[in-house]
Design a protein around this ligand. Structure first.
Ligand code: G1P
Length: 295
């Protein structure tokens, strides 16, 4: 079977971001900058690098700034143009390349990740698609979704980005059990949303990168509210594994949980160190402040 090209990326961005209050009182958590780009822009760039041409944002009423960020801003463009700031002008004009379309769908009630993905059904259609959670920022040579796309083209089945987590973090994630099939690749045999450590089938956690076949929508339509009183994507995947294989990919790269203050700070330091404009000076600064003080 020829694998279908993945053209669509879904970004569930309706969450409240309570772990980052008061910063997220009026500003969406996805708009928090890591150095000079908001988290959602890193997400969009990763998806486009993996071939996405249709970006579907599942938003809520307080997230208008995301839509504005990806729209043209004629006033700002005019100011930059008359002041001769050509490189900045080009940066803000080309955040979304011309061949890419953005679609915004309101999630009317905060009913969970599963419900958010279901809201994207009509925009996705009968094709495989990416789901990208912007607060999981992954720093890697080959963008994580591009690693996953290549894997998908070989096996044509749903695929979850995973990594090992410490025992004390198990309760924050969807956790999988897997078995290695005859083809030598790991297939999900069980998936549980945010289990207690003692009930977890492993410490292999799903991070915010998924490739899903459209069969997931049927499953999402029939799941019931569960963990956290929400409709969980994990429960739909748990049902999907009875009908078709779902694989895992332990991707190459470092993941930063930018929904947490510590993860966000670590990402800021790493991306600051790698930044073309300020990296060298920032590195010198860090060396200075971490030097042991002599008395
Ligand atoms: C969601 C998913 C969870 C997954 C996690 C990755 O949880 O429900 O299965 O492991 O993203 O970040 P959330 O972080 O939205 O609570």
């Amino acid at each position: 079977m020829i694998p279908k090209k993945i053209r669509t990326a879904v970004f569930p961005v309706a969450g409240r971001g309570t772990r980052f209050l008061p910063a997220t009182k009026v500003s969406p958590k996805e708009m928090l900058p890591v150095v000079d780009k908001p988290l959602i822009q890193y997400a969009v760039e990763e998806s486009i690098a993996a071939g996405a041409e249709k970006l579907v944002f599942i938003t809520s009423s307080s997230k208008e700034s995301i839509e504005n960020h990806f729209d043209r801003n004629p006033e700002l463009e005019h100011v930059l143009s008359v002041s001769g700031q050509k490189s900045l002008l080009s940066i803000i004009r080309n955040i979304i390349p011309p061949h890419v379309t953005c679609i915004y769908i309101r999630q009317e009630e905060p009913l969970g990740l599963g419900h958010a993905v279901l809201c994207a059904q009509s925009a996705v259609g009968n094709e495989p698609f990416f789901v990208h959670l912007a607060d999981d920022l992954i720093n890697s040579e080959i963008p994580c979704l591009e690693q996953m796309r290549k894997h998908f083209e070989l096996h044509n089945s749903s695929l979850l980005g995973v990594e090992h987590v410490h025992d004390e973090d198990i309760h924050k994630y969807g956790i999988v059990a897997t078995e290695v099939g005859s083809s030598g690749i790991s297939r999900v045999t069980k998936i549980v949303e945010k289990p207690a450590r003692k009930d977890a089938p492993s410490n292999l956690a799903v991070v915010g990168r998924y490739i899903l076949t459209p069969e997931i929508f049927k499953k999402l339509s029939s799941i019931k509210v569960s963990a956290g009183n929400e409709l969980q994507l994990t429960d739909a995947i748990s049902s999907l594994i009875n009908d078709e294989p779902v694989y895992i990919l332990p991707f190459d790269g470092t993941r930063y949980d930018c929904g947490s203050k510590l993860g966000y700070l670590k990402a800021t330091v790493q991306y600051g160190l790698e930044h073309a404009e300020i990296g060298v000076k920032f590195s010198e600064y860090l060396k200075n402040i971490t030097k042991p003080q002599t008395k």
